[in-house]
Design a binder for this molecule. Structure first.
Ligand SMILES: Cc1cc2nc3c(=O)[nH]c(=O)nc-3n(C[C@H](O)[C@H](O)[C@H](O)COP(=O)(O)O)c2cc1C
Length: 207
């Protein structure tokens, strides 16, 4: 019987940049045979009237169809790829809130040996993409997960011809301080690489 490698992509997005990157990560993972890719978002914490005031309510309609992640379903995955916008150089509160509900899984060691990977988005070019991803890794390591990033065999990491996100820690995009910049083709390609790379490594681990 064929063992389908199960990959969950779990993200939070306020204006859609991370959602767009999540779709690219999924597209990359889907190119690997015998994989089942599921995309989820973590629940919102910001009140609806505030979301409306800051122009996020409309943007979030674009991915309202994506189901919400449930903590209990994390152990079903062979790999989990997390996407979060940067908040003050760290993951967003919505993602932290979700992860802070995984204490029971930690107590059971339910995520030990699963692959974990992270991608992000910032407003500004040096606004903390690397700190967000690396500090996210700490939580994954507490869970005993195996961290996978983006190796330099993805040569788009070396692209100096344009402003671009992407690092050995994970894919990333720069939204602009007003959110008007969208993931470039270089950034989306790195995101697709990350999805494919995670899927290939997970498949090898799953034997
Ligand atoms: C409270 C708050 C804190 C933020 N902190 C940072 C930051 O430290 N560095 C940065 O470059 N952008 C920061 N941003 C901008 C977000 O990272 C940006 O809006 C996000 O990456 C866009 O992704 P999304 O459309 O998926 O939400 C912050 C935004 C908010 C609302």
């Amino acid at each position: 019987m064929i063992h389908m490698v199960k990959i969950q992509i779990i993200f939070y997005s306020m204006y859609g940049h991370i959602y767009s990157m999540a779709e690219a990560v999924a597209d990359g993972a889907k190119t690997v045979e015998e994989t089942k890719i599921s995309i989820y978002q973590v629940p919102e914490l910001v009140p609806q009237n505030i979301l409306e005031k800051i122009g996020a309510a409309k943007a979030r309609e674009a991915f309202a169809h994506i189901p919400f992640a449930r903590v209990e379903q994390l152990p079903e995955a062979d790999a989990i790829i997390f996407g979060t916008p940067t908040r003050f150089g760290n993951m967003c509160a919505q993602m932290r809130n979700f992860l802070d509900q995984t204490g029971g899984l930690w107590a059971k060691g339910a995520l030990i040996g699963k692959v974990g990977s992270v991608f992000t988005s910032t407003g500004t070019q040096h606004g903390g993409q690397e700190t967000t991803i690396i500090s996210f890794h700490i939580t994954l390591l507490h869970h005993g997960m195996i961290i996978v990033g983006v190796p330099y065999s993805e040569t788009r990491l070396l692209n100096m011809a344009e402003i671009t996100g992407g690092s050995p820690y994970g894919a990333s995009t720069i939204a602009g301080s007003d959110g008007s910049r969208w993931p470039s083709e270089n950034e989306l390609a790195i995101a697709r690489f990350q999805g494919k790379h995670v899927a290939e490594i997970t498949k090898k681990l799953a034997g």
